[in-house]
Design a protein around this ligand. Structure first.
Ligand code: PLP
Length: 456
């Protein structure tokens, strides 16, 4: 039998997170307030604990993972690295295709890799109450699980339309003891304002963020937690790539290219940054983020300071953005419907150290179905983006005859997304190319602020 699966022992869970900042050619640019000055840590302390802010601003290469966090991660980690030999055969490619499967976590995606340490650090800092927002429900369920592990009160503002359309994600969060509210609610000013304007408001991620941040900022005992984009979130995900490197080394392999779907950039950073360390040391490896053509932050957006939310509540971050007023088309990869890209991933992309491609929706589901038929696992619609790009590369190699080793992050399973698969299977899914004209339009709304400030 040809072995297809590389597993590790529990004691091979990484002991440290890898901080890419230490290997970046230029330091990251600071988050700014609306006045154009860097935001002080004191301002951030209103919603984040000091220990996580320290990680957010750290330039240390290695940051130790607390033992209680490793212990909980060991419920499902190390995750398997699998060689997709059946997919290789179906494609008739000379490539070797490997994937790191993050869908084995309790909530079914990579997001628990950061929800657990975020809950832990908040608890350590004396906060037992956390708010957050969730759209599709992946992040909300990951934080609910983590909150249950540390006996915390988790309060989730779930976009109303998803609350109604994805009842099982909601039940999952409630099973782990979280309180879930359909947003907009009448519990916050942001929610009440929205409801006053339109009592039938179906909610949006931007509005849910405003509600969650407002509650956290208005209570001393409550903090806010975010599932992607920020430096400390990307840091926590680097156990994915570290494990993958160890696993590939065990069978004498190393990837020529690494792929992952890109929403806010956390699972991409998770698998790619540990390989970036090698690249910074001179090794040849290509790192490719894959985004939807309907939400192409890197491939069509601009590199500018912009807000992280619709209402302009967050600090300004230098990132590839489609504009904070970006109205996401109703695509089925909910986790990729974000107007920006994390500042660290954005900076590396700007400096041409990583790559990005955009793929259309229908083709991603075709790739997901092909993968499910070959390998068994039904991927999350977000993950299908990475798979599409890998299949395209494997087919190019078939043409050229060049045998490459390809690695991708299978960020989650699609068991709660079968309604989207239904639409694909019944031919109702459509492609949408985000028009350049809308990008130009949104850019007019961006604050005219940069760092370092231009001389007057
Ligand atoms: C949230 C999510 C993503 C996108 O978020 P990133 O921060 O870019 O990783 C991708 N895949 C799955 C399964 C998700 O839940």
């Amino acid at each position: 039998m040809q072995p297809t699966r590389v597993t590790l022992e529990q004691n091979e869970i990484p002991t440290h997170w890898y901080n890419v900042v230490a290997d970046m050619p230029n330091p990251p640019l600071p988050p700014l307030g609306p006045d154009g000055n860097p935001v002080s840590p004191e301002q951030m302390l209103a919603i984040f604990p000091g220990n996580l802010l320290e990680q957010e601003m750290s330039a240390e290469r290695w940051i130790a993972i607390p033992e209680p966090v490793r212990e909980i991660l060991s419920l499902w980690r190390p995750t398997p690295l699998i060689r997709a030999t059946r997919l290789e055969k179906v494609l008739g490619t000379p490539c070797k295709i490997f994937f790191k499967y993050e869908g084995v976590s309790p909530s079914g995606s990579h997001k628990t890799n950061t929800s657990v340490p975020q809950a832990y650090y908040n608890k350590q800092a004396g906060f037992s109450r956390l708010t957050t927002e969730t759209g599709a429900g992946q992040w909300g369920s990951a934080l609910s699980f983590a909150g249950q592990m540390f006996d915390m009160d988790i309060r989730i503002y779930m976009v109303k339309i998803s609350y109604e359309q994805k009842p099982y994600r909601r039940s999952m969060m409630q099973t782990w003891g979280a309180n879930v509210f359909p947003s907009p609610t009448d519990m916050t000013q942001a929610g009440r304002d929205a409801l006053a304007k339109d009592p039938n408001n179906q909610g949006s991620l931007g509005l849910a963020i405003s509600e969650a941040v407002e509650e956290a900022a208005s209570r001393k005992d409550t903090n806010y937690s975010l599932g992607s984009v920020l430096n400390h979130v990307l840091l926590h995900q680097t156990i994915i790539g570290q494990e993958a490197k160890t696993q590939m080394a065990k069978i004498g392999e190393y990837p020529d290219m690494v792929f992952a779907p890109c929403g806010g950039g956390s699972n991409f950073a998770g698998i790619a940054f540990p390989f970036f360390a090698d690249k910074a040391a001179g090794k040849k490896v290509r790192l490719v983020g894959v985004e939807p053509t309907s939400c192409p932050s890197m491939t069509k957006g601009v590199y500018r300071y912009d807000f992280g939310d619709v209402s302009g509540y967050t600090p300004l971050m230098k990132m590839y953005t489609l504009g904070h007023n970006f109205m996401p088309p109703g695509i089925h990869a909910g986790g990729l419907r974000y107007h920006g890209e994390s500042p660290l991933v954005s900076q590396l992309y700007h400096e041409k150290l990583i790559e990005a491609v955009a793929v259309p929706q229908v083709a991603t589901f075709a790739a997901g179905v092909m993968f499910a038929k070959a390998e068994g696992i039904i991927p999350a619609p977000e993950s299908c983006h990475g798979i599409r790009a890998v299949i395209d590369e494997a087919l190019r190699c078939k043409e050229s005859g060049e045998p490459k080793t390809l690695l991708f992050c299978l960020s989650g399973h699609g068991h709660f997304d079968m309604a989207s698969y239904d639409r694909y299977l019944s031919g109702k899914l459509e492609d949408f190319d985000y028009p350049q004209a809308l990008v130009e339009e949104a850019l007019k709304e961006l604050p005219n602020i940069d760092w370092p400030p231009k001389a007057a």
